[in-house]
Ligand binder design. Structure first.
Ligand code: AMP
Length: 445
């Protein structure tokens, strides 16, 4: 089936051609004709399936008839994160370039003034995160009684983030007679309950997420073995070394580096920056202005490496990403497919490296079961690999031998000095962090 068979207007078809799409994706093929008919949709689909265009394209045509009125948006799209909302807004710009549509992006963390000004003028599409929309409504800056089409996107993520009460409140402010398009990657009972409440006789559409990454993505598991089998900080340090070695040996244009915890995003970001890499961090605890600025710079190629968490990077679409690094193995196998699917887009070559330690075995098994094949393992080339170079210098033997074999004071003194120099960089002093006060290193007279 081609885009032309879906019933879209000339203007939208032209914009789709300009975007370089030749055929509709399965969700677009299944959803677009029903959205154009005015039916409610219950879509089970993830990001990466072309879901955004499956609702934006027909909405542009629906909006082509009619005009926006002051403070009364005609359509409303709810998104769980600011980044996703911003991405949907960009989609409207791309696909709506031959239509005269007005839109407003209502997200937290940015000034309300400009948003209020746009709404005052009248907008066709309002793309919003729930919290800011309620804020604006309660200040009287907005009327929702003219909304004819409502999109609830990533409903399961809304649930995870605690937005369900806000979403229910917003829906209670909308006209009962409307068209509702409801999308979720998964359908747990709570989401099914919401869908039953919000939708009328919906067309149910389900597209399975891609469970096999494209052949054009080179995948490798990088085995990390810290010296002496050390755990905790030793493992983290060995992973950072291995990552830097990979960054140096691979031809990295730009990369997403995933950590499982926000704290580790910060630690790794600081470490990479300290080692002179052009890196930034992205996670949910950062101020919105910083998140937006970071993302813009990364997309523009001003930042090469973005260390991120799954939630912050969810659904973010960056074309032409050369590498994905999993600093931590994701605990859900689907997240692995999701993460590495950011590279190798549109038939380009991509590479995905996952750092693995002895503790990650069961997660790797899960990933390999999901994708249906083993991933090639390679040894890390970091400097702290047990086989290559010990993290701590061998200290125990030399002094003992020195004592028994020769007792000449001058040689002993030199040997002591030698040992001191050798130990300095790696030898922690308990209770003093990394810093060793100079007086402790001075020779006693
Ligand atoms: P989404 O699932 O909406 O996040 O879309 C994922 C990516 O697929 C985005 O980069 C879109 O630009 C792209 N895309 C959407 N529809 C098509 C299509 N029919 N053909 C090729 N790429 C598409």
């Amino acid at each position: 089936m081609s885009f032309a068979d879906l019933g879209l207007s000339e203007e939208v078809l032209r914009a789709v051609t300009d975007a370089g799409y030749s055929d509709p994706t399965p969700i677009q093929e299944k959803a677009i004709p029903y959205v154009l008919m005015g039916r409610d949709i219950l879509g089970c689909a993830q990001t990466g399936t072309g879901k955004t265009a499956s609702f934006t394209l027909p909405m542009i045509d629906i909006l082509a008839a009619g005009r926006a009125r002051t403070r009364m948006p005609r359509t409303l799209i709810l998104e769980p994160t600011r980044e996703l909302a911003a991405q949907v807004a960009t989609n409207f710009d791309i696909y709506g370039k031959y239509n005269k549509l007005t839109k407003a992006l209502i997200i937290g963390g940015v000034s309300m003034e400009e948003q209020t000004r746009l709404i005052d003028r009248g907008v066709d599409v309002l793309i919003a995160t729930p919290g800011r929309l309620i804020d604006l409504f309660e200040r009287g800056g907005l009327l929702l009684s003219d909304v004819k089409v409502l999109v609830i996107d990533e409903a399961d993520r809304m649930l995870d983030m605690g937005f369900v009460p806000d979403v229910e409140k917003i829906v209670s402010l909308l006209p009962k007679i409307r068209q509702t398009l409801f999308f979720s990657a998964t359908m747990p009972p709570e989401i099914k309950r919401l869908a039953d409440k919000f939708l009328m006789n919906p067309k149910e559409i389900s597209v399975s997420p891609p469970s096999t990454p494209g052949e054009n993505i080179k995948q490798r598991l990088v085995e990390i073995k810290p010296a002496g089998g050390r755990r905790g900080d030793g493992v983290q340090k060995a992973k950072r070394d291995a990552l830097r070695a990979l960054l140096a040996s691979e031809n990295v244009g730009n990369a997403l580096i995933f950590c499982n915890r926000k704290r580790d995003v910060d630690i790794l970001h600081r470490s990479l920056t300290k080692h002179g890499f052009n890196a930034a961090a992205l996670h949910g605890d950062m101020a919105q202005s910083t998140r937006t600025e970071t993302l813009t710079k990364f997309k523009a190629g001003e930042i090469a490496l973005m260390v991120c968490s799954d939630v912050a990077a969810r659904g973010i679409d960056i074309s032409d990403l050369s590498h994905v690094f999993n600093f931590d193995v994701p605990t859900h196998a689907e997240d692995y497919v999701h993460r590495i699917g950011r590279t190798g887009r549109a038939g380009r070559q991509g590479s995905a490296f996952t750092l693995i330690t002895a503790e990650d075995g069961k997660f790797i098994d899960g990933i390999e079961r999901l994708i249906g094949h083993k991933i090639e393992r390679i040894k890390a080339a970091g400097t702290t690999q047990a086989e290559e170079k010990p993290e701590r210098p061998e200290r125990s033997k030399a002094p003992k031998e020195a004592k028994s074999e020769d007792k000449k004071p001058r040689e002993r003194k030199e040997r002591r000095k030698d040992r001191r120099d050798r130990d300095k960089p790696d030898e922690p002093v308990v209770g003093m962090g990394d810093h060793v006060p100079a007086f402790l290193l001075r020779q006693p007279r």
